[in-house]
Design a protein around this ligand. Sequence first.
Ligand code: 5GP
Ligand code: MN
Length: 334
Amino acid sequence: MEFSSELRQLLHIPQNIAVFSHRNPDGDAIGSALAMQHYLEQYGHTVHVLFPSEYPEEFGFLPGAEDILIWDIHTEECKQVLAKKNVFIFLDFNAYSRIDKLGDYVKNMPGKRILIDHHLYPEPISDFEFSDPAASSTCELVYGFITGLGDGQKINPTVGKCIYTGIVTDTGSFRHATNSNVFRITADLVERGVDDTGIQDKIFNSQKEKHLRLLGHCLANRMEYLPEYRTAFIWLTRKDYEEFDIQRGDTEGIVNYLLTMRDVKLAAFIHNQPTIVKLSLRSKGDFDVQEICHSHFNGGGHKNAAGAYSHDSLKATIQKFKDLLPQYKEALLK
Ligand code: 5GP
Ligand code: MN
């Protein structure tokens, strides 16, 4: 990473900073935002973390999580806090549309913008851009940002815990999107006192009975397997949402079970949220789901994990997804 003297100066004088991450924040969104906050506060900056929507309960253990401002809940407080901000840091997203109304609000505010992200095709929304789609996670890049600025000693166990959280969640516990740097960083974090297995226990062993019942329902009653396209998908209806009392985040990770089938290369989870139909696509190897989400559903993400929304009905969205498969057959069977 290259750092201009303008950026160094900006960060070394106390500023009023807002740190943002994307809607439906995941471990990398929360981890990178809180790591950045705990790092910047060591320089005397005043820092607030703002998300468009709530984060899953299992990340509540992260230091500072309780102070995160959620636009959907604390709209007025978000506006008051933002009025004083002069530096905006965008983490784990690269387009204003990913932070919903928060994006509309911040778009035209005066101030310097720093973007650190690993999604493809960043939009030109920042003055200082650190975008690397080859990185495992935004947290990997935050580690690179802090050490690149010569501040490795500021990665204390609090900052480290947050960085580890993003790395371990975005790599599916070191199963995908890894690189040698990820293991070097993780070893360094453990040496600095990060309790790696304790954090994994808090994040991954946090399921409730209803989550396992819902997973059983998905696999037994809502799964379709199309071996001729090496594709499997799961769908959930609005009625399922009521019956299983599904809240935001309860369906996280379900799509990944489909990839555990040996011959499945493309997996989808298509579900009816209150006002829209959400698609989550996952793939193995070279098959690019970002392209499918981008070209056909106006979404995006990464090669092996992407998402999108549709305003069609659930039935129509499932049909559209199935109708696309013939044109990808060659790539799926390769
Ligand atoms: P998920 O399926 O878990 O919601 O998202 C998988 C990946 O795709 C994440 O990296 C997320 O940031 C990205 N993603 C999910 N939904 C959308 C969307 O509607 N638009 C874009 N551009 N990216 C998305
Ligand atoms: Mn990420």
